[in-house]
Design a protein around this ligand. Sequence first.
Ligand code: HEC
Ligand code: HEC
Ligand code: HEC
Ligand code: HEC
Ligand code: HEC
Ligand code: HEC
Ligand code: HEC
Length: 363
Amino acid sequence: MLLKRPRPSVIALLFAMSLQATPARAENIEPHYAGSKTCASCHAEQSRWQHTVSMANAMQLVAECPILIEHPKLTFREEPYSYQIVRDGSKSIYTVTDGKETITVPLSYAFGLGEAGQTYVFELNGKFFESRVSFFHKINGLDLTMGARNTKPKSLEEAAGRQQDAQDARECFACHTTGGVRANKLHLETMTPGIQCENCHGPAAEHVASARKGGGKPVIPAKLHDLSTEELSDFCGGCHRTWSKIALSGPHGIPNVRFQPYRLTNSKCYDSADPRIRCTACHDVHQDLQRDAAAYDAKCLACHTAAKGAAQVAASVPQQKACPVARKNCTTCHMPKYELPGAHYQFTDHTIRVVKAGAPYPN
Ligand code: HEC
Ligand code: HEC
Ligand code: HEC
Ligand code: HEC
Ligand code: HEC
Ligand code: HEC
Ligand code: HEC
């Protein structure tokens, strides 16, 4: 019997914060990575798509970055500064000038795939900087990086980008690479760009060796399928931000639409113990994001019976009210999309609800 459990209370929240470390990604052990390519021979189904999905490419080396290769010259102007990113062989050179002085520096890393932005990280005087301009697919060019929109640079260096302190840089690489951060230190020499199998499933060299050898006691990674709905939300929330993180420190209002674990938990549909509303009920992270609204209908109907008197999925599974208005494309009305200022991209609100005309955005 699945019981409806309340949303986390403030006490649950403080408890959850003490457990923030996610199960498979404990960072204080010396890891033994095997690399995603080794998984394919035995886990073909998960591996067929995973390397092409956007999470797997959440960070790219500049030498291999398709956006920079396909756009050999990008320019942007914000008085009094001019920006250029010009391709030179396998490098992309970033130039920022105020007309008097100029900073010229090769870009090191490309973060994101340009849907809600592609932002560049470069090194200057031994420090990492996040570029003040980003590439956006929707405008097929550069615009201010979202976080830079409400700032005014006080120097040419600030106009080039925001200097990252050690913690910023660690967090950036922890969320966008595999093995880039270990024991709370940057390890760029051994990182693999993007979110690969072992970011989520943990370093698996011993698992691979044991599976190849056979016999004995097999070493098997923790089965993420066994996480509860709430634990999985916190697991994804390690990067997509947890409910407790946003509830405690914001942001509130439309800027939090990109933090799905928070938004979903605030929905009446959410039940911390019901697998039909877990992140992976709707998303197979080993495949591309499903963009066809109709594909989600069955997920909603698993709880909201289509018609009066329709057969229950199982006697023990509670059913919810059906829609008086429509029978398909549920998400188009109940998971509205919002464009974040400066993101040039629409995020999907995971606070599933009846959207009333003129009603404010629920925090
Ligand atoms: C030589 C074959 C082999 C290779 C290579 C391999 N695995 Fe496995 N993996 C297995 C076997 C066998 C199991 C146990 C399946 C079972 O008993 O349910 C398993 C189980 C798992 C599980 C738990 C799944 C479950 O249902 O219990 C995960 C997660 C996993 N492997 C991830 C990986 C990752 C990530 C890689 C690459 C770094 C990898 N494996 C490489 C054979 C392999
Ligand atoms: C290690 C950090 C990390 C974890 C853990 C993580 N994600 Fe992501 N996810 C990202 C990043 C970064 C992106 C953005 C990729 C890009 O466009 O550059 C992303 C993108 C996505 C997308 C959008 C894909 C697209 O094609 O637009 C979905 C859906 C998603 N994640 C779901 C999940 C789910 C579900 C989980 C938990 C099972 C999860 N993520 C766990 C970092 C993470
Ligand atoms: C706590 C984890 C986390 C940290 C830290 C983080 N990101 Fe992300 N980033 C994400 C997730 C999750 C997404 C996908 C969802 C979204 O767009 O909000 C994302 C999306 C992006 C995108 C948009 C990608 C796209 O294709 O639309 C860019 C650009 C980006 N991040 C750059 C950075 C840079 C640069 C840093 C470091 C200064 C950074 N991120 C730090 C988790 C993180
Ligand atoms: C963004 C995190 C993420 C990435 C990256 C990822 N997985 Fe998974 N994987 C999961 C989650 C979460 C589940 C459990 C899904 C569910 O709820 O049933 C899972 C399930 C699995 C399973 C079934 C066993 C289990 O743990 O339930 C295997 C095998 C597996 N993944 C292998 C891989 C391989 C191989 C790759 C790389 C090609 C990979 N995964 C990449 C998150 C991830
Ligand atoms: C009931 C189904 C459902 C559940 C559960 C769900 N999502 Fe989604 N998600 C969607 C839909 C629908 C989209 C939009 C797909 C599209 O673009 O057409 C989406 C889009 C996304 C995106 C892409 C960015 C955006 O906002 O459009 C990310 C990232 C994401 N979901 C993460 C998560 C995470 C993390 C969880 C668990 C906390 C989760 N989702 C649970 C239905 C769901
Ligand atoms: C785990 C089961 C479950 C899933 C999956 C689910 N819901 Fe719900 N939903 C609920 C419950 C429980 C309520 C609250 C019912 C009540 O209060 O009477 C609810 C309430 C609603 C409401 C009314 C909210 C309001 O503002 O009053 C809408 C609309 C809704 N769901 C639509 C959807 C859509 C669309 C999907 C798929 C994207 C979905 N639900 C998926 C269980 C679920
Ligand atoms: C064209 C827009 C639209 C689509 C598509 C749609 N709905 Fe609705 N839905 C509404 C509106 C509007 C209401 C509020 C009706 C009212 O209050 O009179 C509603 C109400 C609901 C409710 C609350 C019912 C109640 O009695 O409280 C649920 C649950 C729901 N929808 C689920 C779904 C599901 C599941 C789907 C897909 C099978 C879906 N909706 C498709 C517009 C839509």
